[in-house]
Design a protein around this ligand. Sequence first.
Ligand SMILES: [Zn+2]
Ligand SMILES: [Zn+2]
Length: 342
Amino acid sequence: MKAMLITGIVDLEKTNTPLKYTDLPDPVPGNGEILIRVSTCGICHTELDEIEGRTPPPHFPVVPGHQVVGTVAGAGRNARRFREGDRVGVGWIFSACGKCSFCLAGRENLCDGFTATGRDANGGYAQYMTVPEDYVYPIPEAFTDSEAAPLLCAGAIGYRSLALSGLKDGQNLGLTGFGASAHLVLMTARHEYPGARVFVFARSKEEREFARSLGAVWAGDTEDACPDKMHSIIDTTPVWKPVVEALAALERGGRLVINAIRKQDGDKESLTRLDYHTHLWMEKEIKSVANVTRRDIEEFLKIAADIPIKPEVQEYPLAEANVALMELKQGKIRGAKVLRSG
Ligand SMILES: [Zn+2]
Ligand SMILES: [Zn+2]
């Protein structure tokens, strides 16, 4: 099969072809696993974190990609949940131990044994992949393969962020950064909390216009003074400055949720501007979002189909994965990028 591989950590200032396009033997499903013929795979900022070493794969080479949509093409021993031809998806959670206190409490995203699709195990930048059948989700008919892919990570983790933000209907929600996840959060929030007002802080004019077109009541630059205080803010940027700005924009008792697997260190000195009185006092909270549970993905797919949320997608052939990743790196974003394998 054709696949795109991460073969080692690279510096994207020095190369614009971090992934290697190659032929690999078709994978064979093991005990309890199914084989998926990949149709589409969403592109996530986490791939850049893997490639640049902020969340490095434990072994190389590895096939990246954790927003996978395809059809069941085979099953290993004891795998009986799906039939050949069923349309299914795979998200960031590839497996968890199932036995620890976190797993038993439904917080498998915090499990010590958590493994990630496309980092700890081969993912969807390929024509085929194998995965434990318990970590696979039927895809609702409401979506095309391309529309469904970004829902599996950007959407599901955005949904988890929104739940963790503590937002209540009628309150103000701020979004700092407006990429794949934030635009889905905006659509979900408008549906789940019809009385909430959404404010978007984004660098580029295009992102701000896009946010307004989706119903944001206000969209400005990260430094612009916002007309109101925010009860909840979700930060999806890879940097630190927006974190400090967001804390200043929080209402008393408000909560900032940071939805990023890693932050880049480039502007870390922004944190020295943190002033207790301006940014933290009055019971402001900061919380991060880690990984995702199967329940997040299942619930979000259902909600997304009910609304329905149709993510804005930009498609690239599998062989063009490097082009798509470099555009993401350079911030050329409108909606979500998706690779097509078949
Ligand atoms: Zn992701
Ligand atoms: Zn566990």
